[in-house]
Design a protein around this ligand. Structure first.
Ligand code: FES
Length: 99
């Protein structure tokens, strides 16, 4: 991964504020994407919620739309959030926005 820690943290922060696309991340953070590899890495991060358990945004959104309306239910159903816990802000935002 060439994405530096500062940019990675900004992408994760934007996701926790509701960003679900690279454009939304860029608009929210103002980060400068320097090359195609960095773009691909940011695209991959944006599609993922939980790195510990490798759970995608789509999986969490599906679980929420199917009734998992609390952190505990999402964790039980998808395993997202059951490792380091740093993705819980993103999970909470998905529960709130259902997207
Ligand atoms: S990134 Fe989800 S538990 Fe660590």
């Amino acid at each position: 991964m060439i994405l530096d820690n500062e940019k990675y943290t900004k992408v994760r922060g934007a996701q926790a504020q509701g960003a679900r696309t690279v454009k939304e991340v860029k608009d929210m953070t103002g980060i400068n994407i320097e090359n195609d590899q960095e773009l691909r890495e940011i695209e991959a991060v944006v599609q993922n919620v939980c790195r510990c358990q490798n759970v995608s945004v789509n999986e969490v959104v599906s679980a929420v739309k199917n009734g998992a309306d609390t952190m505990e239910k999402v964790m039980e159903e998808t395993k997202a959030g059951t490792g380091c816990g740093r993705c819980k802000g993103i999970i909470a935002n998905i529960i709130e926005n259902k997207r």
